[in-house]
Design a protein around this ligand. Structure first.
Ligand SMILES: *Cc1c(COP(=O)(O)O)cnc(C)c1O
Length: 392
């Protein structure tokens, strides 16, 4: 072969049959036949791709699937959940605007609001989203957006979404809702007044801890365009391979979610009966502080997250994770297998001990992302781990 024929792209082999699996298209760039066609593509008169940062087929295949779950239109898949949060805010807000966020948002969202947005002249405040009076008191004439997660991390408090959505609508404030914990299996935020819906696809949507991705969709086409342009300009593009993995994960999303939720409810009940467990938090349990609101908003959909607290300090916490060798102690959620996280040493390590205490997060506080294991095995594993934690 000559060098020339090595460089030239080989045409894809013809096949009368079509592949069942989704092809992966890693091409960065697309060749158009002539400038007229390229022009028409850029102006949207002809379909097709030009340059992968601006969009590629694997991202679109995945986005259309999540659009279907959320009953959204024109959602965008980005390189991470935080890319989606960032694009939703920075693509829309400007200096002088004010943003209100929940005081138990995802850790990096708290950082974005607390440290990054203020550097660009965007003022931010956090409030307890279970307390509508506190939310109303925190609003300002220049409040442009509210960032909300329905079920909070890690104490699983349930936000007063109906009241917050009403306030936002009455005052013309955009309501951005991060639906990562609840997922469209439990609730579709656009049906509850949200203007923007965000996901960390990394979590239970993709579900196998092997792809880092985000999703953002906006109801209004102008806002959608602003978010898209910001994401493309700042390069928040997802990898085609990650999109392909996530699409594969989504095939089983509803099965995994339902099984994990069933396991979570059963595990919460089991934990509540174990000696050494001080409290168990699960939204649909009668002893949960927001259980009426959870029932009204989510029905029986308590989700796949359970939190609990044991007596004792860091020593007991160390014994607990070591006593559960089959449960990954890892700061994530939504994996097909159960994972355990310890907010005091991970997501909430940046807070002072007093700050953590105010949220009810002690050294004995754990958050469980429940997976699809056989429930009997899970119960045994947790019984043994909590027993191990008790041995001083
Ligand atoms: C993980 C997570 C994020 C961030 O997603 P990444 O994909 O890790 O960037 C945002 N919000 C919530 C609620 C999350 O759990």
């Amino acid at each position: 072969m000559t060098q020339d024929s090595l460089i030239r792209r080989t045409p894809w082999p013809e096949s009368a049959s079509r592949p069942l699996g989704t092809p992966i298209q890693p091409s960065v760039v697309y060749a158009s036949p002539d400038p007229d066609t390229l022009d028409a593509q850029y102006s949207g008169d002809q379909p097709g791709y030009t340059y992968a940062r601006e969009g590629h087929p694997n991202a679109d295949v995945l986005a259309r699937k999540i659009d279907g779950l959320e009953r959204a239109e024109g959602g965008l898949v980005l390189g991470s959940g935080m890319a989606a949060v960032t694009a939703a805010m920075m693509g829309v807000l400007k200096a002088g605007d004010h943003v209100l966020g929940g005081d138990q948002l995802y850790g990096r969202s708290l950082r974005l609001l607390g440290q990054d947005l203020p550097r660009f002249g965007i003022a931010t405040t956090l409030a307890d989203f279970t307390d509508i009076a506190a939310v109303e008191a925190a609003l300002r004439p220049e409040t442009r957006m509210i960032l909300l997660e329905i079920v909070s991390n890690p104490t699983l408090r349930v936000a007063d979404l109906p009241a917050i959505a009403r306030l936002a609508r009455d005052r013309g404030i955009l309501l951005a809702l991060d639906n990562t914990f609840t997922t469209p299996r439990a609730i579709r935020p656009f049906e509850h007044g949200a203007d923007i819906v965000i996901h960390s696809v990394t979590k239970i949507l993709a579900g196998h801890s092997d792809a880092t991705l985000g999703y953002v969709a906006a109801k209004d086409a102008t806002i959608r365009r602003a978010i898209y342009d910001f994401a493309v300009t700042t390069g928040l593009t997802p990898s085609p391979f990650d999109c392909w993995l996530a699409e594969r994960g989504l095939f089983s999303f509803e099965l995994r979610y339902d099984r994990a939720e069933e396991n979570a409810a059963a595990l919460a009940e089991h934990l509540s009966g174990l000696p050494g467990v001080k409290r168990v938090l699960y939204p649909t349990r009668r002893d949960h502080p927001d259980h009426n609101r959870a029932a009204a908003l989510l029905g029986a959909r308590g989700g796949h997250m359970v939190s609990f607290e044991i007596a004792g300090g860091r020593g007991a916490a160390n014994r607990l994770t070591r006593g559960a060798p089959n449960i990954a102690f890892a700061p994530t959620l939504g994996d097909i297998g159960t994972t355990l996280s310890h907010p005091a040493s991970s997501s909430h390590r940046g807070l002072t001990a007093e700050g953590r205490a105010a949220l009810g997060i002690s050294e004995g506080f754990f958050r469980v992302s429940v997976g699809v294991e056989e429930i009997g095995l899970l119960k045994e594993e947790f019984s043994a781990a909590i027993e191990a934690a008790r041995e001083a």
